[in-house]
Design a protein around this ligand. Structure first.
Ligand code: HBI
Ligand code: FE
Length: 303
């Protein structure tokens, strides 16, 4: 029986785990017909709350993706309906997993244009803090941009890079790249900063903090710099990295061979999450007052 990093609260996941129905690639069935009215109501609430808070803070292509995939507040998406639309756009599809899965199968799924998503949806008392990604974070946060060809190509290349990182022993470095782009990335669009990272776009409070608070640094994208930079797992980021375009993200990563990059950073020190170093393209130097206030959102300066 597969061991879950965090015990699941979802009875349909639990049933498949206990029945030994988790496949070798860690996928399970979504069993969409077994979602309860309460679970659909939670999706409805999260979807409306988040889109209202987000306003036009997300990159245009995010909203295009929501529309292209037919995502709305009505109910938890049925992957049997969503996947044909996503596959037609970029060849990607969502696969259901019981929770966080080991890195090797995770990277393998990405390299095969399959995005692993949780089946469970958060409970009312978890609405703003989750130990691991639920279906709202994974589908609302990640799937819209998987319908955009440049980003979809980047994610597949990332998966291949992740598998190579496991050979090189540079997992931490490649995880940082995921963190500062896929989860918490910002992008310049029409002379403004916009959100594209799934961790921000699906977060009620960080969607404001990342763009408008004085506290965090905002620094131009640099893959080597990012791979050396520590990140916050448990609170808002202290630094956000900003790309000029999805083409830049794709070109600055897949076009280069990671091997010499890994060699260069192997001997270098990690960079603290709050630091600004020589050579940074500093868009905005943060005050770090949020982190210094102990990282409590209610203490944070409201922009
Ligand atoms: N598993 N289901 C799931 N979802 C993730 O986002 C995920 C994972 N396993 C590993 C992982 N992410 C991280 O190591 C990435 O940063 C690579
Ligand atoms: Fe995520």
């Amino acid at each position: 029986m597969v061991e879950l990093r965090v015990p699941t609260t979802d009875p349909i996941v639990q049933r498949q785990v206990e029945a030994g129905q988790v496949r070798d690639d860690y996928t399970i069935d979504q069993c969409w017909d077994e979602y309860t009215d309460d679970e659909h109501a939670m999706w409805h609430k999260l979807y409306n709350r988040q889109t209202e808070m987000l306003g036009n803070r997300a990159v245009k292509e995010f909203y295009d993706g929501l529309d292209a995939l037919g995502l709305d507040d009505s109910q938890i998406p049925d992957f049997r309906e969503l996947n044909p639309k996503l596959e037609a756009l970029t060849g990607w599809k969502l696969v259901t997993v019981p929770g966080l899965i080991p890195d090797e199968p995770f990277f393998t799924h990405l390299a095969n244009r399959q995005f692993p998503v949780g089946r469970f949806i958060r409970k009312p008392d978890e609405i703003d803090y989750l130990q691991e990604p639920d279906i709202f974070h994974d589908v609302f946060g990640h799937s819209p941009l998987l319908g955009l060809s440049t980003f979809a190509d980047y994610m597949a290349a990332y998966g291949r890079g992740g598998l190579r990182a496991l050979e090189f022993g540079t997992l931490e470095n490649i995880t940082r790249l995921y963190w500062y782009t896929v989860e918490f990335g910002l992008i310049k669009q029409d002379d403004a900063l916009k959100i594209y990272g799934a961790g921000i776009v699906s977060s009620y409070s960080e969607s404001v903090f990342s763009l408008e608070a004085r506290s965090p640094n905002r620094i131009g994208f640099d893959i080597e710099r990012i791979m050396r930079t520590q990140y916050r797992y448990d609170d808002f980021q202290q630094t956000y990295f900003v790309i000029d375009s999805f083409e830049q993200l794709l070109n600055d990563t897949v076009k280069q061979d990671f091997a010499p990059l890994y060699e260069r950073i192997r001997g270098q020190d990690d960079i603290p999450a709050r630091a600004i170093i020589d050579g940074d393209d500093v868009i905005q130097k943060g005050t770090q007052e949020y982190a210094d206030a102990g990282g409590r959102w209610e203490n944070a300066p409201q922009v």
